[in-house]
Design a binder for this molecule. Sequence first.
Ligand code: KG4
Ligand code: ZN
Length: 368
Amino acid sequence: MGLVLGIETSCDETAAAVVDHTGGVRANIIASQLDIHQRYGGVVPELASREHLRSIVPVVRAAMEEAGVGYPQLAAVAVTAGPGLMGALLVGVTYAKGIAYAAGIPLIGVNHLEGHIHAVLLEAHQEHQEIEFPALALIVSGGHTHLFFAEAPEHYRLLGRTRDDAVGEAYDKVAVSLGFGYPGGPVLDRIASTTTPVRGMFSVPSMKGNSLDFSFSGFKTAVRRWREAQSNMTAEIEKRRALLGQSSEPALDDWLALTPEATRTMISSFQQTVVDHLETNCRSALQETGARSLIVSGGVASNRGLRERLLRPAFPIPCYFPTPALSTDNAVMIASAAFPRLRRGEYSSMSLSPEAGMRLDSVRESPA
Ligand code: KG4
Ligand code: ZN
C-alpha cells in the first residue's frame, strides 16, 4: 500500500509527515508559529498564512528527507482541506496539489477534526489496543470544542459543539486577562494542580435547546468579575506581565511566586468547572447513544484535570487520549486519516478547494 505524505496548515503549525500503511511514522516535522502569535495573545490569520508560505517548502522537504523517499514513491499526498483559517488552508492545499500533479500521485483532502480522531486511532493501533465502536469523540482545542458520535470509524454525527469560545480559547483569554502568557492552557493547568478548588465560584452553563452543546464565554466574564472584585489585582497582574516581558516562557516556579493562593484557588475552580462541563456532556451523550468508548483529542486533551477525570475508574466507559506529541496539530494524523480512503481508491479531484467551515458529518456525503 505504501507511504502517504500528510500536510497540515489549518491554523498556526506548518506540518508535514510521512506515514506507512502499518501506521509506522517515517517522518514528523512541525514548524510552530507560536513565537510570532505570542505577542498578540492569539493567532493572527494574515501572519499565519505568511508564515505557512515561508515554511511549507522546507517543512515538506525535511519530512521527505527524513523518510528517505522521493515523491513518485508515495502512494498519495493527503492535506487538511478544512476546517481552519482560509488563507492558511489554501497554502497547504495548493502545495499538495502541486505535488500530486507533478509526481502523478493521488490527492486526498482530509477533515482536520477527523485527523484529530485518527491521532488516537493510530496510537491505539500501535499499542495493539482495540477501541470499541460505537464511540464518542470529544475534540477540544484552541479552535474547536466538538462532541461526535461515531457509529464506526468515518461515520460521524455531530452531537454538540461550542456556541461561542472553544475551550482552549477560554483558557487563553482567561490567561491573558490575568497577565499570563499565550497559550494559556498549559500554565493555568499546572497552577490549577497546585491547590484545591472550591465549589460555587463558577457554574456549568445550562444549555437551552441542544443540551449537548457547550459554552465557555461565561467563564471569561466570571473571571473578569472576580478580578474586578479583588484589591491589589492590578499590581499582581502587572508583576506577571513584567515577568513575561523578561522571558516568553517563564518557569512554573516563577509564575507561582507571583500568583497568590486566592488566584490559584480561582484558577483551580475555573478548571474544575470547565472539566465538569465537558464531563457532564460526555456522560449525557453516553446515555443517549450507548457508546462503548470515548476518544478525546486536540490540544486541550493534555489537560491534567480532564485526563484525571475521564480516566477515573468511575467513568463508565474506557477513554483514550493521544500522547502530547499527537494531541496538538500535526501532519501524522492527517496522513493516517487518509489511509481508509486510499484503500478504497477514493481520491479528491484537482479542483479540491479548502473549506474554512468544513463539517465532519457531511464529509462522507460529499463527492470525492
Ligand atoms: O490543538 P492545538 O495545538 O491547536 C488548535 O488547533 O487550537 O490546541 C492549542 C490549544 C490552546 O488554546 C492551548 O491553550 C490549549 O490547547 N492547551 C491546553 C493545555 N495544553 C494546551 N488547555 C488546557 N490545558 C492544557 N494542559
Ligand atoms: Zn487542531
